[in-house]
Ligand binder design. Structure first.
Ligand code: 5GP
Length: 196
C-alpha cells in the first residue's frame, strides 16, 4: 500500500450504537485532512443512506467476486452481512489524506497484518450494556430483533479491546471527542518528530 509518510490510518471500532458514526462525522468536520474509507456491504441501505457515500451497496455475488479478485484489504461477516474495505478506495486516499476507518475488530486484525501501515486503533464503548440498549432503541434504525442481535454481539466485541491502542468510554460525546482529538494530535506530532 503506497502511504504518504505523514498520513495516519485511524480505526474507530465499537459495538453498534456506541456513538461511532457521530464521532466520525465530528472528526471529519474539524480535521479536513481526514477522509472516511467508504466500505462495501451486502446489507440493504437504511432510509437516510446514500450509495457511494455511506457504503457501496452490492449484492452477495458482487461481493464474492471482489473477494476472489482480492480487491479487499480486509472483509468480515457481521450480522449475516458482509463488509469490506477495498484496496482501490484506500490506495487513492492515503496518498493525500489521513483515513478514518469505521470497521469491526475482525477487519482491524486483518489490517494490523500490514506492518508498513501507520495504524492508530481506537476502541470505543459505552459505559454499560443498558446504555447501549437505550441508544439502539432511541436511534430507531433497527427492529427489536436486530437490537437484541446487536446487544448479544456486544459481549463478543468487548473481548477484543486489547487489540487496540486506545480504549475510550463514551459517557459524554464532547468529552469523548476531546479525547479523540488529543489522540490525533499526539499521533500526528509523534509522527512528525520521528521524521525530523
Ligand atoms: P452497520 O450495519 O451498523 O452500518 O455496521 C455494522 C458494523 O460493521 C459496524 O461495527 C461497522 O464498524 C462494521 N463495518 C462497516 N464497514 C466495515 C468494513 O469495511 N469492514 C469491517 N470489518 N467492518 C465494517
Amino acid at each position: 500500500m503506497p502511504q504518504d509518510e505523514e498520513n495516519i490510518l485511524l480505526i474507530l471500532s465499537s459495538p453498534s450504537g456506541a456513538g461511532k458514526t457521530t464521532l466520525s462525522k465530528k472528526i471529519q468536520q474539524k480535521y479536513y485532512s481526514f477522509k472516511i474509507s467508504v466500505s462495501h456491504t451486502t446489507r440493504s441501505p437504511r432510509d437516510n443512506e446514500v450509495d457511494g457515500v455511506d457504503y457501496y451497496f452490492v449484492n452477495k455475488e458482487k461481493f464474492q467476486e471482489l473477494i476472489e479478485k482480492k480487491s479487499f484489504y480486509e472483509y468480515a461477516k457481521i450480522f449475516e452481512n458482509f463488509y469490506g474495505t477495498s484496496k482501490k478506495e484506500v490506495n487513492s486516499i492515503i496518498k493525500t489524506n489521513d483515513i478514518l476507518f469505521d470497521i469491526d475488530w475482525q477487519g482491524t486484525k486483518q489490517l494490523t497484518s500490514f506492518k508498513n501501515l501507520r495504524l492508530v486503533k481506537i476502541f470505543l464503548t459505552t459505559y454499560d450494556k443498558e446504555e447501549l440498549k437505550k441508544r439502539l432503541i432511541k436511534r430507531n434504525q433497527n427492529s427489536s430483533e436486530e437490537v437484541e442481535t446487536r446487544l448479544k454481539s456486544f459481549d463478543k466485541d468487548i473481548l477484543h479491546w486489547n487489540d487496540y491502542d486506545y480504549v475510550l468510554i463514551n459517557k459524554n460525546l464532547e468529552v469523548c471527542f476531546k479525547q479523540i482529538e488529543k489522540i490525533i494530535i499526539t499521533e500526528k506530532t509523534n509522527l512528525t518528530s520521528s521524521l525530523i
